[in-house]
Design a protein around this ligand. Structure first.
Ligand code: GLN
Length: 394
């Protein structure tokens, strides 16, 4: 099938093999219906960066479905498919799931093979399911989490039946952490209210709540916008304007450099170009230590925040996105405000832990998701709590 990643640089590209996740799903008997739209090369939070189409939110056609896996979330929300896949580098499964009212699971880094996924930032990327229910997410995750010799970061973990049959005794003895840094003024009142109701509902199961702190959260966006573009600039070097895509736009090139420039300028949209330039800059000699090396150290501190928190609590609950779905066009001219919509999802990728976005029960027409973050390899905890939340909020 064509594999474009919604980029003109891959406009006529046909995949030459199945990704490991597709191999696993075929083995499990899945039926494939089609491919979905996304932000170009998975860069964005609204699917407006697609080189080909605008995807709309099925709950309100004037609003975005979120991104970058906006097509997958919209397709599941609008009953075009029972489930879809997405990749999540900084929130691209969870944020569109939240804005479209479906479930999105970002597995632990290393749980699902990335072999055959079009790479964005390899130390952050994970593939995961977008589904209607938490149980469906568990079923798909179980099929996806297989050992693949082509991805050296893939780890064989024995995910047992607890993914699908969580026990109430285990769930009700859990303590959930509420990080101060995630319940702040920038969160919209609707989201705040939805979180309060989710917490109240989970308390009825016997789950205990505890305030915690993830003190380095404030560095998440700045740190991500150094590490991610650095990896993007190396991963995307393969799209050099010669291999992949058409050479159409370089046909009047006067020399080789000109040919690269013409084909690449046509092939990449402005958001991708912005990140390539930023990434090349932070890796360049003289700046590497000041930016990239420094960001790696801060990433380490963010991960340690989670390690410390998970000594006190089993799972962490936060909003997925500070607001419900925003209007198409509302943030396109302001990349920084677009970047801020991922403030609650990015730290999870930095730490490599698993997290799920689950639709909260809300009155209004726009869905709002809550996020459950688990310990490394403990998808069972967040899927378990999620399955019980669904049971009591049918
Ligand atoms: N929205 C974030 C970004 O633009 C995350 C993207 C992703 O997870 N693929 O980078």
């Amino acid at each position: 099938l064509p594999a474009t990643a919604a980029s003109k640089i891959l406009e006529n590209y046909t995949a030459s093999y199945d990704a490991a996740v597709i191999v696993e799903l075929k083995k499990a008997g899945a039926v494939f219906l089609g491919k979905t739209n996304l932000d170009e090369l998975a860069m964005g939070s609204s699917t407006e960066n697609s080189a080909f189409k605008i995807t709309k939110n099925p709950h309100d056609l004037e609003r975005v479905p979120g991104g970058s896996s906006g097509g997958s979330a919209a397709a599941v929300a609008d009953n075009m498919a029972l489930a879809a896949l997405g990749t999540d580098t900084g929130g691209s499964i969870r944020q569109p799931a939240s804005l479209c009212g479906v479930v999105g699971l970002k597995p632990t880094y290393g749980a699902v093979s990335r072999h055959g996924a079009i790479a964005m930032a390899s130390s952050l990327d994970q593939i995961g399911p977008i589904t209607k229910t938490v149980e469906d997410a568990a079923i798909l995750f179980k099929a996806l989490a297989a050992k693949d010799r082509h991805d050296a970061t893939n780890v064989r973990v024995n995910y047992g039946d607890e993914l699908l049959n969580p026990k109430l005794e285990d769930i009700k003895n859990m303590t959930i952490g509420l990080p101060n840094e995630y319940f702040i003024d920038g969160v919209s009142p609707e989201v705040r209210k939805a979180m309060d109701e989710v917490i109240a509902s989970l308390k009825t199961l016997g789950i205990k709540f505890k305030e915690i702190s993830l003190p380095h959260t404030k560095y998440a966006i700045s740190c991500y916008y150094i590490i991610m573009p650095a990896e993007v600039s190396s991963n995307l070097a393969r799209y050099d304007g010669i291999r992949y895509g058409t050479r159409e736009h370089g046909k009047n090139a006067k020399n080789l450099i000109d040919l690269y420039k013409l084909n690449k300028s046509h092939g990449f949209g402005s958001e991708v170009q912005r990140r390539l330039i930023l990434g090349t800059f932070v890796l360049s000699s003289g700046y590497y230590d000041a930016y990239y090396a420094q960001a790696q150290k801060v990433r380490r501190l963010m991960r340690e925040d989670f390690d410390k928190a998970f000594k006190e609590v089993d799972v962490i609950l936060t909003p997925v996105s500070p607001t419900p779905a925003f209007k198409i066009g509302e943030k396109t001219s302001d990349p920084l405000s677009m970047y801020l919509s991922d403030i609650f999802t990015i730290p999870v990728n930095m730490a490599g832990v698993p997290a799920i976005s689950i639709p909260a029960k809300v009155e209004g027409k726009l869905p709002i998701g809550f996020q459950l973050i688990g310990k490394h390899w403990r998808e069972a905890d967040i899927l378990g709590i999620g399955q019980y939340y669904e049971k009591i909020n049918k």
